[in-house]
Ligand binder design. Sequence first.
Ligand code: PEP
Length: 250
Amino acid sequence: MKKIVASNFKATHTRKSTKEFVEDVDSYLKEKEITNDVFIFPASTALDTFKLQENLTIGAQNGYPVKSGSFTGEIGTLHLDEFEINTILIGHSERRHILGESQKDIVIKYNYFKAMGYRIIYCFGEPLEVKNCGITETLGYILEQFDGIDLSYDNLILAYEPVWAIGTGKSATTEDIALIHKKIKKKVNKPLLYGGSVKVCTLQDILEVPNVDGVLVGTASWEVEDFKKMIYIASKMDKDSKKLICSMEG
Ligand code: PEP
């Protein structure tokens, strides 16, 4: 399977800079004939209808589980449909831990977007205090994040994103990733991404870990040249696993 590369813009990039970024990535995929699946999740104000390569998808970082209605500050599928968006991130740690989404809220959202046929990238991961308790506690915590989630859903991609690694600059080690991914893959046979402070220089080592089908990247993907380097590295992994130098011109 070709490695997947996804960029989460979080609350960065304007409508204008998103358009430039998306168009740049699209031309790059075309020029290099790269066919790996690439996702970009812009801020909701920057969503738009883009004419893109088949393997480049624009997704929503969030959505409220309704078509439309009296839900101030939210967007529903009416708004996503306008731009033909049918991919969404659900369960991201920043929504769980900063915005206060409970597992119950997440299940409602998951079921709604599943019923609408969306491709769902479902994120899960443990906070540092849980990791420090050991692997049994970590797995127990992760399994609770699968409560109520239909893991047999066809259009599902999973993303293991340890909370302590997100936006901190401190990625999980390849040993940590290998262990968790092996356990999760045994339970759920779905594409499984790793996310948490992935950088251009650490990408190849992470993609070489067994059971890592791709990456979900925040901070280090926001410069388009870096994101293109990541896409290039991922595209080469399928063909040639020799070390690619970090400073390579992709
Ligand atoms: C994320 O937002 O999913 C993420 C992994 O962020 P970062 O790469 O900044 O840790």
